[in-house]
Design a protein around this ligand. Structure first.
Ligand SMILES: C[S@@+](CC[C@H](N)C(=O)[O-])C[C@H]1O[C@@H](n2cnc3c(N)ncnc32)[C@H](O)[C@@H]1O
Length: 501
């Protein structure tokens, strides 16, 4: 079996984390299947990679549909961002729960006494996203005979220069879909070209729609090519004037539009960035989470499933048994978790790398009259060293690191704080299990570590006798709770409670 071969009548055994399907080839090798795999379907596959221990393949043809597969309503659109739409929501939850159990397989002994909680479902399985990023672009393919110069929707999976049109995004709410359609008509009629990432030429790049679920406020962020000069724009006036007319029409039609930004992006990178100009309304929108209010700027991090985030945060709050003392909210974003927990602690440190997020957090705590949260704009690994030498101890630690990892250098310091409980919120089961293995001493040869005072004092060489040896506190995994924040996608959130022995 080699690359490009077609293998027939293969049964998809299950879905693995990342959303790929898994099957077994006739020679016993595992096959990792991309392209909308559904368990129990019988498919023909085209091999894309042939390795010694496994094959990679794409679905070429479905021979027999999976009995799990349900028909999706005709008006819904199935695209790369919601690949699991044909799988009934309850089944999706079962698959995710099972994936978390399997992820912890290597910690079987350590989880023998753990309370395994049922996966928490998202309150809404459709229309749950409060932020959607649409892209303008093209679809040009000689092979397929396609020469479509105007496309508005989402990237074809894995292709930076091809866009598939969106007609109804089932993850976005109704109003986002309506506003999107109106802007589509406006942009098509403008005669301004869509951006081509290959040449850097073109005008329209991205539209971001942000909605505050509880207050209904809506923010629009238009991103256009900052290097674009055209007669058309010149005739209408400045680019800003051009947008002002469109925004006026939109805001008259949709009362909830309360903030509109215009972003001139001069970079070739496919990210929403650049010089931002407020064209209309207020600089921020405001949303609520568990009774507190939060301001959202165009670039603020805010969980995209508002009602799901409330469930997640409530799970974190309920997981913490000890009240009082010092709480460290590490990888804090805009400090939401620390702010929600502040009344239970004498002091909260909210540590975040991105300065604007820390600033947002500061404003949000003021807004909610919370005075005991200190916002620290720093890398967790640097903060951990400094905090260890200044204070030494913390009572509760909440960790919510980015997808890739908790910084390995931070782990010994985090452990040395001796917290009674560590609540680890993770969006990546693989790194979660790896980090917890390290925390439980699985990857260490013994239960003591040397913390060199050089690290603790930020580089000054300490006298030899200041080098100290600390005994690692030992933790046990007391609770594991999977949580579905992203229905119809393969993503899973997990809350793990570690308890000091
Ligand atoms: C999953 S988000 C946290 C979200 C936040 N707890 C919330 O619920 O709103 C991870 C955060 O970690 C931040 N981050 C990434 N690397 C970091 C580091 N080395 N030190 C501190 N923060 C970091 C990111 O900027 C991001 O805001």
């Amino acid at each position: 079996m080699k690359k490009h071969d077609i293998i027939t009548n293969i049964k998809i055994e299950k879905l693995i984390f990342g959303g790929s399907g898994l099957a077994i080839a006739s020679d016993g090798r595992k096959i990792i299947i991309s392209g909308g795999a559904i368990p129990d379907a019988i498919v023909d596959l085209r091999i894309t990679k042939s390795k010694k221990n496994h094959l990679e393949a794409q679905i070429y043809r479905t021979v027999k549909k999976s009995p799990l597969e349900k028909a999706i309503p005709a008006e819904w659109q199935l695209y790369g961002g919601c690949k699991w739409l044909p799988i009934p929501y309850d089944k999706q939850l079962g698959i995710k729960q099972q994936q978390i159990i399997e992820a912890f397989h290597s910690l079987k002994t350590e989880t023998a006494e753990t309370n395994w909680h049922s996966i928490i479902r998202s309150p809404d399985s459709e229309n749950y996203r409060n932020k959607v990023e649409f892209s303008w672009g093209k679809y040009i393919s000689e092979r397929e005979g396609m020469h479509d110069n105007y496309r508005f929707g989402f990237h074809v999976q894995g292709q930076f220069d091809r866009i598939e049109d969106c007609w109804y995004c089932v993850l976005a709410d109704e109003l986002t879909n309506q506003i999107f359609r109106d802007i589509d008509i406006f942009a098509r009629g403008s005669d301004l070209p869509t951006y081509d990432p290959k040449t850097g030429i073109g005008f329209w790049r991205h539209l971001v729609v942000r909605r505050a679920k509880k207050t209904g406020e809506t923010m629009l962020i238009f991103s256009v090519n900052g290097n674009w000069e055209s007669e058309k724009v010149g005739i209408i006036g400045t680019k800003e004037q051009f947008f002002t007319e469109m925004v006026q029409q939109l805001s008259e039609k949709y009362e909830s539009i309360s903030s509109v930004y215009f972003l001139e992006n001069t970079s070739r990178a496919d990210v929403v960035q650049g010089n931002q100009v407020l064209l209309y309304g207020s600089p921020t929108i405001t949303d609520e989470l568990l009774g507190l209010t939060f301001e959202i700027q165009p670039k603020s991090f805010f969980q995209v499933n508002t009602l799901g985030a409330e469930k997640l945060y409530q799970r974190v709050i309920d997981s913490i048994q000890y009240k009082g003392g010092v709480l460290l909210d590490l990888y804090a974003g805009t400090g939401t978790i620390g702010i929600l927990l502040a009344h239970q602690f004498s002091k909260v440190y909210s540590v975040e790398l991105v300065a604007s997020s820390s600033e947002d957090g500061h404003k949000n705590s003021d807004r909610n009259s919370i005075t005991n949260v200190e916002f620290v704009n720093a890398k967790v690994e640097d903060f951990a060293k400094a905090f260890a030498s200044e204070h030494g101890k913390a009572d509760i630690i909440v960790l919510d690191p980015p997808r890739d990892w908790l910084h390995a250098n931070a782990i010994p310091h985090i452990l040395a704080f001796g917290a009674r409980e560590i609540i680890y919120v993770s969006c990546n089961p693989a790194t979660l299990v790896r980090d917890i293995s390290i925390m439980l001493g699985r990857d260490m040869s013994h239960q003591t570590i040397d913390i060199d005072a050089t690290e603790m004092t930020g580089g000054e060489t300490p006298p030899q006798d200041k080098k100290e040896t600390k005994i690692l506190p030992l933790y046990r995994i007391s609770d594991i709770t999977p949580m579905d924040m992203f229905p119809h996608t393969h993503h899973i959130e997990t809350v793990v409670r570690l308890e000091r022995l």
